[in-house]
Design a protein around this ligand. Structure first.
Ligand code: 5RP
Length: 235
C-alpha cells in the first residue's frame, strides 16, 4: 500500500499489531470500518504467507465481501459457535476501554460478535482516544416500525438523564435514509458528553423499538492505538 495519509498509516499500524495476535487454528471475528479494512488486508497477507488455518466470522456484509475478495473464507457465526478473538475498530475509546461504535452502522452485529469472543481487541488511530465518551454521536439501531414514537421515548429518556441533545433523525447516506444489514434504521444521538454510560445503556435497552446502541461497556480487553510512524501503544 502506497501514498497513505498519516491517519491511514496509523490505522494500518494498529491493524498490523492486531493481526500479529492471530495464531494458527484461531476462530476470529472480523470487524467493520476503515481500520478493519486494513486489518482484513493484513490478515489475508499472513494467511497467504504462513498458510494459517483460521475460521472467520464477519461483522457486516461489507467485511464479508472484502474478505471473500481477498480469499478469506467467511462462515456464519453460528457455524463457528464461539470465537477466540475479535479485531474491530472504534469511534471512541475511553481510559476504561469503554467504546462508542457504530459509525459505520454495523454495531449490532459487531456487538453480537464481540460478545461471542473470548477476547475483543480494538484497533484504532489516536483520534479515537478520549477522556469521556460522547463527542462522537451515539448510534442507536431501531426498527423502522413506529420510529417516531421510539424517538419520543428516547427524547424522554435523555431529558430524564439531564442530557442535552439535538434533534433526533434517522441517519442518511448519499441523500437517502440509511438501512443497516438487518434493514433497520440508525438514530445518531448528539450528546457531547456521556457522564453515566450505564444509565443511558439500560434506558435505551428498555425502549421497545430499540434494537441495540453503540456503547460497548466492559467488552473491550485491549486497544491497540497506532501512530503514523508505525508505533503502537497498548491501552
Ligand atoms: C462500524 C464501527 C467502526 O469500527 C467504527 O466506526 C470505526 O471505524 P473506522 O475504523 O473507519 O474509524 O463501529 O460500525
Amino acid at each position: 500500500m502506497t501514498d497513505l495519509s498519516p491517519s491511514d498509516l496509523a490505522k494500518d499500524a494498529a491493524a498490523r499489531a492486531g493481526v500479529a495476535l492471530v495464531q494458527d487454528g484461531m476462530r476470529l471475528g472480523l470487524g467493520t470500518g476503515s481500520t478493519a479494512v486494513f486489518m482484513v488486508h493484513r490478515l489475508a497477507e499472513r494467511i497467504r504467507a504462513e498458510g494459517l488455518r483460521l475460521r472467520c466470522a464477519a461483522t457486516s456484509r461489507a467485511t464479508c465481501d472484502l474478505a471473500g475478495q481477498l480469499g478469506i473464507h467467511i462462515e456464519e457465526l453460528d457455524e463457528i459457535g464461539w470465537l477466540d478473538l475479535t479485531l474491530d475498530g472504534a469511534d471512541e475509546i475511553d481510559p476504561d476501554l469503554n467504546l462508542i461504535k457504530g459509525g459505520g452502522g454495523a454495531h449490532l452485529r459487531e456487538k453480537i460478535v464481540a460478545a461471542a469472543s473470548d477476547r475483543m481487541v480494538v484497533i484504532a488511530d489516536p483520534t479515537k482516544v478520549v477522556e469521556t465518551l460522547g463527542a462522537f454521536h451515539l448510534p442507536v439501531e431501531v426498527i423502522p416500525f413506529g420510529v417516531e414514537t421510539t424517538i419520543v421515548h428516547i427524547r424522554r429518556l435523555l431529558d430524564s438523564l439531564d442530557l442535552t441533545h439535538r434533534p433526533i433523525l434517522p441517519r442518511q447516506r448519499d441523500g437517502r435514509i440509511f438501512h443497516t444489514d438487518e434493514d433497520n434504521l440508525i438514530l445518531d444521538l448528539s450528546l457531547d458528553v456521556i457522564t453515566d454510560c450505564s444509565a443511558i445503556s439500560s434506558g435505551l435497552h428498555a425502549i421497545p423499538g430499540v434494537v441495540e446502541h453503540g456503547l460497548f461497556l466492559g467488552m473491550c480487553d485491549l486497544a491497540l492505538v497506532g501512530a503514523p510512524d508505525g508505533s503502537v501503544i497498548e491501552m
